[in-house]
Design a binder for this molecule. Structure first.
Ligand code: NAD
Ligand code: TDX
Length: 330
């Protein structure tokens, strides 16, 4: 099977390529990645049956011939960081909307199966005590330039299925953690701060809740949907991992041998979503998927170890990321 993975040099895409190559001897992978600040060829180092093409999904002349020679497209490429989208929404519109449009047009012209990767943030946020979690029929209500462009990309996929009959599925997953995540994101930022002797930074009061899932569980769910999912359907991916940001920072501090109060509160994110929570019943009951990492503390400990032993991978990005946060009081 020849698989085209867009955004495969980013966090989740690189883990997807790694687990696919390790578990599927029949698979060859082409990664199409623009190698923005968020992508790194080093995340794919040492992989057999994998090639990397540096290019833009929004460029028809780049994507079209690649799609034509593959059996499956798994579309991870996106601008992915909310804080960046608040500073400059422009690349989010370009990549997440125009880029997805070009992916859709290419799979339409060549009749290639597509799986579109999206996020739970398209549903907006929940109250802390809301009894109902996000599910496949929750109304879209995105809050940020990032989540609104992801919502728009999902709607494009749905329309291309209905209007043109393309063969596509969509998944909306909750917050991922694990190896190869950029140090701009919450968990790697705090781990690498502590390695550098800097106190973790919690936005606002730290009461915001995220529903954490290990990246390998996200990717095993993606394969389940590719193999067993119904064309045109959306599946929510989550592993019942709700934790407040304060709880996560305290667990990181304790896991790294520090006092659990040893962090600072900093300026909050404008429009900060309060809580995300996923109901993944459809994926579990219809397709038989279950997560493997059911203990967040263990997954977090393994992630801390990974950042400790792979400093060469993240160190080049760290100073610039912290300078950007410092400039905005975070
Ligand atoms: P990431 O920022 O780590 O990686 C994105 C990758 O896409 C990078 O390698 C980047 O170079 C590439 N890219 C960006 N613009 C491109 C373009 N125009 N053409 C080609 N490549 C381009 O992001 P991630 O966290 O790995 O997220 C991957 C996907 O999963 C995204 O679609 C995101 O919305 C979705 N998602 C992420 C999470 C999460 O917790 N990180 C949760 C749910 C869904
Ligand atoms: O230093 C920080 N301090 C802090 O308190 C950072 C970087 C973040 N936060 C908070 C903001 C969020 O409530 O931690 C939470 C997680 O922040 P991010 O890692 O920026 O993730 P989030 O905004 O929740 O979005 C993530 O999950 C859904 C991914 O970045 C998205 O790509 C995905 O769609």
């Amino acid at each position: 099977m020849k698989i085209l993975v867009t955004g495969g040099a980013g966090f989740i895409g690189a883990n997807f390529v790694r687990s696919t190559i390790a578990s599927r001897p029949d698979a060859t992978v082409t990664v199409l990645d623009k190698l923005t600040y968020a992508g790194s060829s080093e995340s794919l180092a040492g992989l057999d049956r994998t090639s990397l093409v540096q290019g833009d999904i929004a460029d028809r002349d780049t994507i079209e011939p690649l799609v034509a020679e593959h059996d499956l497209v798994v579309h991870f490429a996106a601008e992915s960081h909310n804080d960046n989208s608040l500073n400059d929404p422009s690349p989010f519109v370009q990549t997440n909307l125009v880029g997805t449009f070009q992916v859709l047009e290419s799979v339409r012209r060549h009749g290639v199966r597509l799986h579109h990767i999206s996020t739970d943030e398209v549903y907006g946020d929940l109250e802390l005590d809301d009894p109902e979690k996000f599910h496949e029929t929750t109304a879209y209500n995105p809050s940020s330039p990032y989540s609104s462009t992801k919502a728009g990309s999902d709607l494009l996929v749905r329309a291309w299925v209905r209007s043109f009959g393309i063969e596509a599925t969509i998944s909306n997953c909750s917050n991922n953690y694990g190896p190869y995540q950029h140090v701009e994101k919450f968990i790697p930022r705090q781990i690498t701060n502590l390695i550098d002797g800097v106190r973790p930074r919690l936005y606002g009061a730290g009461a915001n809740v995220r529903d954490w899932i290990h990246v390998d569980d996200h990717n095993s769910a993606v394969w389940t949907i590719i193999e067993k999912g119904r064309i045109g359907e959306t599946y929510l991916i989550g592993a019942n991992g709700e934790k407040s940001n304060k709880e996560v920072v305290e667990m990181i501090l304790e896991g790294m041998g520090r006092d659990k109060d040893d962090y600072d509160h900093v300026a909050d994110r404008p429009g900060h979503d309060l809580r995300y929570a996923i109901d993944s019943t459809r994926l579990r009951e219809e397709l038989g998927w279950t997560p493997r990492y059911t203990n967040f503390a263990d997954g977090l400990a393994a992630t801390i170890d990974w950042y400790r032993t792979n400093e060469g991978w993240w160190r080049p990005q760290k100073a610039a990321v912290e300078a950007k946060y410092a400039a905005q009081g975070q």
